[in-house]
Design a protein around this ligand. Structure first.
Ligand SMILES: [Zn+2]
Length: 464
């Protein structure tokens, strides 16, 4: 059985290779067997690096704002080990690059934690974009911050929570911390980016400073935008001219910007993003699990199309960080109802590779995933069915058998070459379990904060 090279999935069928000596030079080092298929590695273009996944620390899916307090139950573990397990899990599925939106809110720890995350990516061998968190506005509740929740909490719970209201570092200090993280980076496979968490959590002064710094340093920006219906409602009040128009006015929109989610974007806003060369990272499962909806991606196909990428956001369909399934879900959700598909396999693979590469600032990456295509098609009657369609219908992590990033073999037959994944996971779980007594005490308070958040937004008209 021939090997297949699918260098341009969705554009052209795979090339059959009878003998490995016929492989192009850069692929000569790949360990291949008959029946294998090689394609450019997909990029996970939005995530948060959960070594311990959210459900495992008790964060059950809910509406986004109600769910966010449950992230307080994330166990305190070593940031290196946490990232090592998260990146290792992805590499085992054949994903060669990831966007890591770091969650730490402590500017003093950012340089150390960023260093640990970058070391983990280097030890696994994957490509990394590290988005450094920037925020200074309306913590806990839009339109007023923590005090908005006080009427919905018992005095005792409010007193217990008041001590955890964040005190944000000055804008200059936050931006300097990003530059310090970037200065400490020596790995050419890593790109450090500005990570404003979302416009609802950033003051205008912060957004304007980031736009300016991005031009000055040529540094990319990665930001959540218009994920939930409540964000839409609040940002419409805060920016009467429209939040996207405002961002354009301050020079925030450019090809150096990727926005995550964008579920609530309106047609005129999508057009503006297309015109400015902004990329949108879609996280279809996260949008369903946190009840934000379905992003309006297929609707943009007519006017040149929005450049979109795909991300797991730590909340994949089977909660197993399988980007292949995420690609399938996006393909199905955006398929429409007409006789002929408008959003095709080509769009999905372009999103996962070309646009994903742009989001992690590695547009010229030459990374490859080897797939056990023989196993994937073991019961097929014909062997000339379009490979891109086969992958979008049936591919999942278990068929990924090799990963090569920048010429280095990162994974072979599910085993990582850089680290012992099972040992790292066992150690991380031991650290998490050691933190369990503290988390156990936190759980009732987190439950009260989530309930107060739900009660607060229920008072917003039309959003029960
Ligand atoms: Zn996210």
């Amino acid at each position: 059985m021939a090997m297949r090279l699918l260098l341009n999935p969705g554009h052209a069928p795979a090339q059959r290779i009878a003998d490995r000596v016929d492989l192009p030079g850069e692929l000569q080092s790949l360990r291949l067997e008959p029946g294998d298929l090689v394609l450019p590695s997909p990029v996970n273009a939005h995530d948060h690096g959960y070594g311990i996944r959210t459900l495992d620390f008790g964060a059950v899916d809910d509406a986004l704002e109600v769910w966010i307090p449950s992230l307080r139950l994330r166990p305190r573990t070593d940031p290196y080990l946490e990232a090592l397990v998260a990146f290792g899990r992805l590499a085992r599925t054949g994903v060669g690059a990831t966007m890591h939106c770091h969650n730490s809110l402590n500017v003093d720890r950012l340089v150390d934690e960023g260093g640990a995350v970058m070391r983990a990516a280097g030890d696994i061998g994957i490509r990394l974009a590290l988005s450094c968190p920037l925020l200074d506005y309306d913590a806990w509740a839009y339109d007023g911050g923590p005090q908005r929740l006080q009427p919905f909490l018992s005095p005792a719970d409010w007193d217990a929570l008041a001590g955890t209201i964040p005190a944000y570092a000055p804008i200059r200090a936050q931006l300097s911390a990003v530059e310090a993280v970037a200065a400490a980076n020596t790995n050419p496979l890593i790109d450090v980016q500005y990570g404003p968490i979302g416009p609802q959590w950033c003051s205008n002064a912060l957004l304007e400073a980031i736009a300016e710094a991005s031009v000055l340093h040529g540094r990319r920006i990665h930001m959540h935008l218009l994920e939930s219906p409540r964000q839409r409602l609040w940002l419409d009040q805060r920016f009467p001219e429209g939040v996207v128009t405002y961002l354009d006015k301050i020079g925030f929109l450019s090809p150096r910007l990727a926005v995550a989610h964008g579920v609530q974007l309106r047609p005129d806003e999508l057009e503006l993003l297309v015109a400015r060369g902004v990329q949108l990272v879609s996280n279809p499962t996260a949008n369903l699990r946190l009840r934000s909806g379905v992003a309006p991606i297929a609707s943009t196909l007519e006017n040149g199309g929005l450049a979109f990428a795909i991300g797991l956001d730590g909340t994949g369909l089977d909660d197993d960080q399988d980007l292949w399934r995420e690609m399938r879900l996006l393909y199905l959700l955006q398929g429409g109802r007409s006789l002929t598909r408008r959003l095709t396999a080509r769009h999905i693979f372009d999103a996962a590779t070309r646009v994903g590469g742009q989001v992690v600032n590695a547009a010229d990456a030459a990374d490859y995933t080897v797939i056990d295509y023989r196993a994937l098609t073991a019961e097929a009657l014909f062997d000339d069915v379009d490979e891109a369609e086969v992958l979008l219908t049936r591919m999942s992590a278990k068929y990924a058998k090799g990963l090569f990033v920048a010429g280095r073999e990162v994974m072979h037959r599910g085993e990582l070459t850089g680290i012992d994944f099972d040992a790292a996971l066992a150690e991380l779980l031991a650290q998490a379990r050691a933190d369990q007594p503290r988390l156990e005490k936190q759980r009732p308070l987190v439950g009260a904060l989530s309930a107060a958040t739900r009660a607060y937004y229920a008072t917003w008209s039309g959003l029960s």
